[in-house]
Ligand binder design. Structure first.
Ligand code: B12
Ligand code: SF4
Ligand code: SF4
Length: 279
């Protein structure tokens, strides 16, 4: 957990240049509400503190019996993290209101126009690596970020932004299979496998499929390469085989994965990813 003030976010100019350079693929919504992104008090009137929270996800890679995998954050045997973390943060927000009667709060879990990594970095919780991830030096980057905005003035003991710790390392840039990390701290989202296998509406082609290795949903390559993440060799056999997923009807998918992170992509997209990765 870390605290920062609701000021113009660190790296806001870089964010604006990134939008101007059109590196967001089809995620045009990222370019909207620029004024809100630049000023979190517009998200909660009278906001005085941004509380950043990091919540860890499993380091073991979800795996099918036939040897295919997904990104770790997907945790396909659990409810989607947005739906799981919001009630937890809301509970905490209620405690803040009981400590500071009359205060107002707003919880953001990937849901509001706020630069989550920037505020986490400003709070001193971690630094932004060349792979764009918020990295906590003692823990690594396999964490979700959540914010509680509050009108209460919570005084942090140590809220200096954390310095970057990458040094001369560039393992993540070298490991990116598509060149989406087109330089340190710079990502062309339209080439990122996470974007192509989840957000992008079109089918993933065979050429991209070959770059996906064995992973058919999301991508962890730039985090696996990072020395701040512990190497996790064991896999979590929590998925049905890719053949079983390819045979699934909408009803089976809804039953098994309807509340998980896979729901964002949907069954047809998932099947297309699997066809590409098996090609
Ligand atoms: C859009 C989005 C994506 C897009 C674009 C990715 C991107 N890097 O922008 C896609 C679909 C590709 C994606 C992929 C992933 N995402 Co995503 N994504 C988001 C979302 C909704 C917005 C991010 C955004 O504004 N991007 C625009 C860029 C420019 O901003 P930024 O990512 O904050 O990057 C900052 C740095 O680049 C920095 N910066 C720029 N120049 C410089 C220069 C220097 C010197 C420094 C130090 C910093 C710096 O300033 C930027 C502005 O804050 C956030 C949630 C949120 N509201 O923040 C989640 C979020 C960033 N994603 C998350 C995750 C987990 C992922 C994946 C790991 C999922 C996966 N395994 O497949 C991958 C990782 C890909 C990667 N290397 O970034 C987590 C990250 C947690 C963490 N530890 O950092 C977030 C915070 C969601 C959450 N609430 O937990 N994502
Ligand atoms: S998530 Fe994968 S494709 Fe995207 S930047 Fe990282 S390594 Fe490259
Ligand atoms: S792999 Fe190296 S350069 Fe990339 S984020 Fe990790 S420490 Fe930084």
């Amino acid at each position: 957990m870390g605290f920062s003030r609701p000021e113009r976010p660190l790296f806001f100019d870089q964010f604006c240049s990134w939008i101007a350079a059109g590196k967001y693929g089809e995620m045009a919504w990222l370019g909207r509400n620029q004024e809100l992104r630049g000023n979190p008090t517009r998200l909660l009137d009278g906001c005085q503190t941004v509380i950043s929270l990091a919540y860890p996800y499993a380091c073991r890679k979800p795996c099918t019996p036939d040897g295919f995998t997904t990104a770790r954050y997907a945790e396909p045997d659990k409810t989607d993290y947005h739906d799981r973390l919001r009630p937890l943060a809301q509970e905490l927000a209620l405690s803040i209101v009981s400590w500071c009667p009359g205060s107002k709060t707003r919880v953001c879990v990937d849901s509001a126009p706020i630069l989550e990594r920037s505020f986490a970095c400003a709070s001193g919780m971690g630094f932004i690596g060349k792979n764009n991830m918020l990295i906590m030096p003692e823990y690594g980057s396999y964490v979700f970020l959540v914010e509680i905005l509050t009108t209460a003035f919570l005084s942090p003991s140590d809220n200096e932004p954390m310095k970057n710790h990458c040094g001369s390392c560039s393992r993540c840039v070298d490991a990116c299979p598509t060149g989406a990390l087109d330089g340190p701290f710079s990502i062309d989202a339209s080439r990122c496998l996470s974007y192509l296998t989840i957000e992008h509406r079109g089918e993933v082609g065979n050429e991209t499929g070959r770059k996906m290795g064995d992973c058919f949903f999301g991508c962890d390559a730039c985090q696996e390469a990072c020395p701040f993440n512990e190497e996790e060799l064991s896999r979590d056999l929590c998925l049905p085989s890719t053949a079983d997923i390819l045979r699934m009807e909408r009803k089976d998918f809804e039953e098994k994965f309807g509340k998980t992170a896979f729901a964002r992509a949907g069954l047809e997209k998932l099947k297309g990813n699997i066809r590409a990765v098996r090609s």
